[in-house]
Design a protein around this ligand. Structure first.
Ligand code: HMH
Length: 208
């Protein structure tokens, strides 16, 4: 039986919960997050998304013809997202040239390390990265302003549809992948889960 995204989730429930359930998100939902901590996340996530854009572009470069349409829509959404991050940072007078924290750097290096990985591995990692935010921002329930705008960016139904299509594309690639590639995809999934957990935690351990 080929590996699927559903199987990865059910085989690694604890790792996935740790990636998507965190006090950072709960405190956004309660409106009790300290603005300084939220701002650390915001700046670091902008820095992450710039590298994630490059990762998506490299994944697109390796994709079969039938996957190009969805991946191009993802790149277009990231163009909007990067501009949105710049607006949010300007509203809060945040400097987006702030150096990357170690956790952000490690996550970006991991995405870079997948440059020569088989497409099935890249597609699985891409899905996991997007699904982590799709779930993480939705699970706590409706958020108060100003966090509702952030929750909606990754929790809205259009983004949810996009993530489901990414899962279908990853599943199709995994279905024709040899066993060692499926194993590499599982390792990439677990790596994403661990890095997502660290990324939330970064808002609490980092200095501005
Ligand atoms: C850390 N993971 C992190 N940041 C993001 N913006 C996404 C995933 C997007 O899905």
């Amino acid at each position: 039986m080929p590996l699927t995204c559903d199987h990865l989730l059910s085989a690694h429930l604890d790792a996935w919960d740790a990636a998507t359930i965190h006090p950072f998100l709960t405190q956004c939902q309660e409106g009790s997050i300290r603005p300084a901590q939220f701002n650390i996340w915001l700046v670091q996530d902008y820095r992450f998304v710039t590298e994630f854009t490059r990762f998506l572009a490299r994944t697109l470069a390796a994709a079969p013809d039938q996957d190009l349409d969805i991946l191009l829509s993802g790149l277009q959404a990231l163009q909007d997202e990067l501009n949105w991050f710049r607006e949010k940072a300007a509203e809060r007078s945040l400097n987006l040239n702030t150096p990357r924290q170690l956790t952000c750097q490690i996550y970006c290096e991991f995405m870079g390390s997948l440059v020569n990985a088989p497409y099935a591995v890249q597609a699985t990692a891409l899905w996991a990265i997007e699904y982590a935010y799709n779930q993480g921002w939705q699970l706590p329930g409706p958020m108060p302003a100003p966090y509702d705008e952030f929750a909606d960016r990754w929790g809205n139904s259009g983004f949810t549809d996009y993530v489901n299509l990414l899962a279908q594309q990853a599943d199709a690639a995994l279905a024709i992948a040899p066993a060692p590639v499926q194993q590499a995809a599982e390792e990439a999934f677990l790596r994403v889960a661990a890095l997502e957990q660290d990324f939330w935690q970064m808002a609490y351990s980092a200095e501005m």
